[in-house]
Design a protein around this ligand. Structure first.
Ligand SMILES: [Zn+2]
Length: 479
């Protein structure tokens, strides 16, 4: 086992990771703002934090991980008021969609999913603590945080506050570094908007106070890890630090880990550019959840990920290679000499896999360790050198691998069905089907029966029946 080292945005350095309590990790992830379907950029971050929690668990840590659902913020308030429905009714659909999307991408449920609107009292209490410590002031019924009073303000995002006007305020939850201002902790109600009665007046919480209050309620005043997308480092996480530390006088988070942006075909993703995708957009095009998960976690989290359709196609093949290998291990008979030819290779590959993930969750290195091993093992199998005694350790390595990557087990068809994509997956074009059938024929010719069976299953999952005729030809039809 290698020493675990993570990049900490706060220090700007890669540091050895040791939790406060031995073998226990307290982790918080900013969840989605549930006013729409989450897109693949959001899921880059959620897959990253999933791989992180899975790796920590594989290394034996007990995890207490909280993810919040922001079900009250500026956009939700505005959209639900415009639709004339309650916040709960408005957000419920997107919350359920998010849970279903996570399941489809094998993103594990954290130990606690929590909704902001279930924790308003805790936000009010935290604001009261800040009032007592004189970090706040009121203006027109709203309560603001006085950032000039918090001497470490800006240290996470490294912003320069020298030109800032004292007492300049910002009411929006989301703003740019250039508009760093005193931000709203509690917002006075506006006509037609939902609000809560509370000891600090009628109103609703700002977005930033939600995360501070909920993180500390469930995890205590100091967390081991806080994750999120890099775009959250300012102002959201900066404000979380200011709120939490001004209330407790303690360090709020020991390790800040931020995932970089995702680009689509080299461009920033945006609805107006027509390159904006939710998971469901991609599933409707016939791509599989496993391929998408592979594509999202194959690039180390601190590198920008350029999502491309070529890349997604390659990810599909990469997943297929692993599944074929797992099927070979399971189905083929190998020579049963007592000596093992692969023992050292398997041990080395497993060590390289751990070294990759221990090095700031370098998923590319961990994947390379697995694929190098698969190439070597396939060659040994073809030459008849892979031994029956090698099967169990190879499977064990594959199992450990999949505890983090979660792509080997083939449940794509079932997941898509659960999401309502029965017909979409059956919409394969004739050219696609012919291509798969040719691949299956080639696999049969080289007597790679696990591969040919897998392709037959894939065709079947897509609604295609394959019939082998007596004269060696293949016929196919749609179910
Ligand atoms: Zn947050």
């Amino acid at each position: 086992m290698h020493e675990i080292r993570f990049h900490n945005t706060y220090s700007g350095k890669v540091e050895p990771f040791v939790p406060q309590t031995p073998n226990e990790v307290k982790m918080y992830t900013c969840g989605p703002t549930v006013y729409d379907f989450a897109h693949i950029g959001n899921f880059r971050t959620f897959v990253f934090q999933d791989a992180l929690r899975r790796f920590l668990k594989l290394r034996g840590f007990r995890l207490t991980h909280v993810m919040n659902l922001t079900d009250v913020d500026d956009r939700i308030i505005a959209n639900s008021a415009a639709a004339g429905v309650s916040i709960r009714d408005y957000t419920e659909k997107y919350i359920q969609a998010f849970f279903a999307d996570c399941k489809t991408l094998s993103v594990e449920a954290p130990e606690h999913w929590i909704r902001a609107t279930d924790n308003i009292d805790d936000m009010v209490s935290l604001i009261q603590r800040l009032q007592k410590n004189t970090y706040t002031y009121q203006s027109e019924g709203s309560i603001y945080y006085r950032i000039s009073k918090f001497k470490d303000y800006g240290k996470l995002s490294k912003i320069d506050l020298s030109g800032m006007q004292v007492n300049a305020r910002v009411d929006n939850d989301r703003y740019e570094k250039e508009s760093a201002r005193d931000f709203a902790l509690w917002k006075a109600p506006k006509p037609g908007e939902h609000f809560w009665e509370s000891p600090i007046g009628a109103g609703r919480p700002g977005w930033h106070i939600e995360c501070s209050a909920m993180a500390m309620k469930y995890l205590g005043e100091t967390l081991d890890i806080h994750t999120g997308g890099i775009d959250l480092s300012f102002p959201h996480h900066e404000n979380e630090i200011a709120q939490s530390e001004a209330a407790t006088g303690k360090q709020f988070v020991r390790f800040w880990m931020h995932a970089e942006h995702l680009l689509v075909e080299g461009e920033k993703m945006s609805k107006s550019a027509g390159n904006f995708f939710t998971l469901r957009d991609l599933f409707a095009k016939g791509y599989k959840p496993s391929a998408l998960r592979f594509a999202l976690c194959s690039v180390p989290y601190r590198r920008q990920l350029n999502f491309t359709f070529d890349g997604l196609q390659q990810a599909t093949s990469s997943v297929e290679r692993l599944r074929n290998f797992a099927a070979r291990l399971k189905d083929e008979k190998f020579p049963s000499a007592n000596r093992s030819t692969m023992k050292e290779s398997i041990a080395q590959a497993a060590a390289d896999f751990d070294a990759g993930l221990s090095d700031d969750l370098n998923t590319a290195q961990a994947l390379a360790a697995m694929y190098d091993f698969v190439r070597e093992a396939n060659i040994a199998m073809d030459k008849g050198e892979f031994q029956q005694t090698d099967v169990a350790p190879a499977q064990e390595f594959l199992t450990s691998f999949d505890k983090v990557f979660a792509i080997v087990e083939d449940n794509d068809a079932e997941k898509l069905k659960n999401l309502g994509y029965d017909s979409a997956t059956g919409d394969a074009s004739d050219a696609e089907i012919e291509k798969l059938i040719a691949e299956r024929q080639a696999a049969r010719q080289r007597r790679d029966f696990p591969a040919s069976d897998r392709i037959r299953k894939e065709l079947s999952d897509r609604g295609i029946i394959v019939e082998d005729t007596k004269d060696g030809k293949v016929r196919w039809k749609r179910k």
